[in-house]
Design a protein around this ligand. Structure first.
Ligand code: ADP
Length: 257
């Protein structure tokens, strides 16, 4: 299976931590040069330094993906330093959402759509011309267990991730004609900051509904990203690849967290 990414440049949003960081490292292990973006400059720089230790070129570029001007400046810097972007991973995300009946949905909807949907749109817009020019590109959007059947008590996050799935499906149809594959990776719950904060009761509730009985390691999600970034998956387009151990979505995980 050809997973060689030598001579490719990947930009991964929100890759200072968690699954984005693991993805940056995995793409680098397969030979890609990496642009490590994060809104948090310190973690972007730290991850980029660790990625360089894997033997590829990497730069940390802080930017808030929901801000179009910041994204444009980030991509300009990235292309100047590492060349055209061949692989874009739209991973930057926020976990902030809450029950509809709490009544704070205006703010949480705005935040979730800003980061997940508009963030992905901003990054895609800035890299797509270069991909069209070379008639090759890979765009990988991070959806979620939330696009399996919704996950209760978090409508803003559900809606934002479903909208990103819609963008994935739609752009796969349009951009496929330009040699650009657009796919999604849908992680379940993984060992990240989010799950570290769960109470024992919530953890138990989730794992009772997971056939494998454990959270994912970020590296297991990164393997799926690397596959979708690689030549080995060149005929896969418009697909959502679930990496959730067969997790059954649950509807009350926020109630007792
Ligand atoms: P996950 O569980 O999805 O891996 P993390 O919280 O560990 O989540 O990582 C998400 C990353 O996305 C964080 O490092 C965070 O700083 C980053 N991030 C969040 N919002 C933005 C944004 N607007 N622009 C760029 N990066 C962001």
């Amino acid at each position: 299976m050809d997973c060689d990414l030598t001579d490719k440049t990947a930009l991964i949003s929100g890759s200072g931590r968690g699954m984005g960081r693991a993805s940056a490292e995995e793409l680098a292990r397969n030979g890609a040069d990496v642009v490590v973006n994060d809104v948090d400059e310190a973690v972007a720089e730290e991850t980029a330094a660790d990625v360089r230790d894997l033997g590829v070129d990497a730069i940390g570029v802080p930017a808030d993906v929901s801000d179009g001007a910041e994204v444009a400046a980030m991509v300009e810097t990235a292309v100047d330093e590492l060349g055209p972007i061949d692989i874009l991973v739209n991973n930057a995300g926020v976990g902030d959402s809450g029950p509809f009946l709490d009544g704070e949905y205006d703010e949480t909807f705005e935040l979730n759509l800003d980061v997940h949907l508009h963030g992905a749109l901003n990054c895609t817009r800035e890299v797509v011309d270069g991909m069209v020019e070379q008639q090759y590109g890979k765009i990988i959007n991070f959806t979620s267990i939330h696009t399996k059947n919704g996950v209760g008590m978090s409508p803003a996050y559900d809606v934002a991730k479903y909208s990103l799935l819609g963008l994935t499906k739609s752009l796969a149809l349009e951009l496929g004609r330009e040699g650009i594959r657009v796919n999604a990776v849908a992680p379940g719950w993984a060992n990240t900051r989010l799950t570290e904060g769960f109470s024992d009761a919530v953890t138990e509730q989730i794992l009772d509904n997971n056939p494998l009985g454990r959270f994912a390691e970020p590296e297991e999600v990164a393997d799926a990203v690397a596959f979708l970034a690689a030549p080995a998956s060149d005929y896969i387009n418009g697909h959502e690849l679930r990496v959730d151990g067969g997790q059954v979505p649950i509807d009350s995980w926020r109630l007792d967290s």
